[in-house]
Design a protein around this ligand. Structure first.
Ligand code: ADP
Length: 602
């Protein structure tokens, strides 16, 4: 609109300025020239008066020539600026008359007459004709100026009218946009905002009602399509989700394991058929209930959730299988906890959403394990008598009183004795292990004099150390208090660790055994300078039958696991510090008698 007004205004302004410039050059200059023409012709006349009526001696030819020159210059100027009709003929006449007027004076002057009447008879009439022609020329141009001026006025008036009309139209259009458009735009945008809020609140049935053929109309259509698709998506999703939920429920219910799910507020959110059976509760009595509340009323559930409701899952210690009688049969279940960690939609940090307790039916494995333990116990027990008999017979064979043996035979008997000894210690270890597993181990806990125990292991280990040329240094802190332990089992464990130290050291090496008090315990340290044990095996070597890979020395892998059982059953600890090629430090710690006695009820 502004550009339109600018164009129209510029057009008229240029038009006006063009015309006034034209008027100036066309007529005003001629009017100016006529002024000079009159002045100069009057000057010529005055000079002539001086010539005829004044002192002829004072008459100046130069002044009249000067006026003539000015006259002729301006005559030429008006000739070159002929713009009006009839102007040319006036100028033609003026030229002819002027020439005649000039020549008449020259002629009279040449005659040198003193007759002044000639001036009135000849020169004044010619002067009057010239002057009248100039005045006529002046009038003509003044008329033209006044005519053109009226034309300019008309143009200016027209410009004013046009610009006013256009300005008014522009103003009306602006006013229309100003009042009409905000409403046209604001109304749909307001509805759109309300629509988006509804969608954000999951009201997918919301639709926009405004219709138009512009971008807002397109926007409304796109919004309605989106809402319809979301609506459809939600409904289809919900039914699919329900279907999937049923399927998962069915799978969980048909699983052999018992499964219970808790949310992050310890509310039971699901429990499968087996879990309900084990707990002796219906699904309705469990789901939606607070786990600690159920634990108070149900002892099985209390065992199942023991140690998990109040601490993070990773801190939960080993869980002993639970024994449950179902339909007259004893069943054993092992517990597994699955921590449910999720990252919620639109969030970045994972949070604990609850946990799932899986109770695995391990009855079958325990039965098989029991059968294996019984079998090992029976076999090792049965082997004890024939091995003892073998040892006795070998002893007899080696006795010169039975009959002399040659050197080779003696060598064979020695080898047989060695193998029989190994067999005997293996059957002993197996029997011990079977007893441990079946829980038949009998501990004879009583105060044990630490130095007596220390002397015993010192003597016992000497023989084996000698065969490997290993020097064993024994050092005991003076006045150690008595232990509260089973002396036989403790000696067995210590001997096993010392024998290992000798066995896994190279010939000629050294082993140190040190007994000292540390707070309420006596700690036995067995240090060797043998091949050492990589840290990754430190826990594994205390498991049954585990041997560090590439161990070439003979052994069963049972010694340390039995030692651990013996020591931990006496409330002691056994552990190792070692690294490859730096030897090993095995520690056995046991509680001292006085402290133990004070803490125990009699
Ligand atoms: P065994 O000695 O009969 O194999 P153990 O249970 O006593 O069984 O030991 C388990 C394994 O630990 C051994 O096979 C051996 O690889 C490793 N081990 C035990 N003591 C030492 C030691 N002092 N130095 C190096 N390795 C050892």
């Amino acid at each position: 609109m502004i550009v339109l007004i600018w164009i129209v205004g510029s057009y008229f302004i240029y038009n006006l300025s063009d015309r006034s410039a034209a008027m100036l050059s066309e007529n005003y200059q001629t009017v100016e020239s006529t002024k000079f023409l009159i002045q100069s012709i009057d000057e010529i006349k005055n000079q002539q008066v001086k010539y005829f009526f004044g002192d002829r001696m004072q008459f100046d030819d130069g002044s009249i020539a000067e006026s003539q020159k000015i006259f002729e210059q301006h005559l030429l100027a008006v000739r070159n600026n002929i713009t009006e009709e009839g102007e040319k003929s006036i100028i033609d006449q003026l030229e002819i008359n002027y020439r005649q007027y000039k020549e008449s004076f020259e002629r009279i002057k040449g005659n040198k007459t003193n007759d002044s009447s000639i001036y009135f008879q000849e020169l004044i009439p010619e002067y009057s004709i010239n002057r009248n022609l100039i005045v006529e020329l002046w009038d003509m141009n003044m008329d033209a100026i006044s005519y053109k001026n009226s034309l300019l006025k008309n143009t200016a008036h027209r410009a004013f009218v046009y610009i006013s009309i256009i300005g008014t139209i522009c103003f009306l259009i602006s006013a229309f946009f100003l009042f009409r458009y905000p409403r046209n735009i604001a109304h749909p945008i307001g509805e759109l905002i309300r629509g988006i809020t509804e969608i954000a609140n999951r009201n997918y049935s919301k639709r926009l009602s405004f219709q138009s053929n512009d971008e807002l109309g397109e926007l409304a259509k796109a919004f309605n399509t989106m809402a319809a698709k979301l609506d459809e998506f939600e409904h289809s999703n919900l039914s699919e989700l329900l279907f999937e939920k049923k399927r998962i429920d069915t799978i969980i219910n048909n699983m052999n394991d018992a499964i219970i799910g808790l949310n992050d507020r310890s509310t039971i959110i699901f429990s499968n058929t087996n879990a309900c059976k084990i707990l002796g509760l219906t699904e309705n009595a469990l789901i939606g209930k607070n786990a600690p509340d159920i634990a108070i009323k149900n002892s099985v559930f209390q065992t199942v959730v023991s140690g998990i409701l109040d601490k993070p899952v990773k801190d939960i210690k080993d869980f002993k299988p639970i024994r449950i009688e179902l339909n007259g049969k004893v069943k054993y279940y092992a517990r597994e906890i699955l921590n449910v960690i999720i990252t919620k939609t639109g969030e970045y940090d994972p949070v604990r959403a609850g946990l799932v307790i899986v109770l695995k039916n391990i009855t079958h494995f325990l039965e098989q394990d029991e059968a294996k333990t019984n079998f090992i116990a029976t076999i090792s027990h049965e082997l004890k008598t024939p091995i003892s008999s073998l040892r006795l017979n070998l002893k007899l064979l080696d006795d010169n009183r039975v009959g002399p043996l040659n050197v080779e035979q003696k060598g064979i008997v020695q080898a047989l004795k060695l193998e029989t000894n190994k067999m005997q210690s293996l059957t002993k270890e197996l029997l011990d292990m079977a007893q441990l597993e079946s829980g038949n181990i009998q501990l004879n806990l009583q105060p044990v004099n630490t130095s007596v125990l220390f002397d015993f292991i010192m003597e016992t280990s000497e023989n084996f150390a000698r065969t490997k040329h290993i020097q064993v240094d024994f050092k005991i802190e003076p006045d150690l208090p008595p232990l509260y332990a089973d002396s036989e089992k403790t000696a067995w464990a210590l001997m096993n660790v010392i024998n290992n130290a000798i066995q896994y050291s190279s010939i000629g090496s050294k082993v140190q055994v040190i007994a000292s008090r540390q707070e309420n315990e006596v700690v036995f340290l067995v240090q060797d300078y043998g091949k050492g044990i990589d840290e990754k095996y430190h826990d594994l070597i205390f498991q049954k039958f585990y041997r560090v890979p590439d161990t070439i020395e003979t052994g069963t892998g049972l010694g340390l696991s039995i030692s651990k059982e013996f020591i931990s059953k006496q409330n002691g600890r056994i552990w190792v510090e070692s690294s490859p090629r730096n030897g090993s430090r095995f520690y056995i710690s046991l509680p001292i008698y006085s402290d133990f006695d004070q803490n125990q009820p009699s």
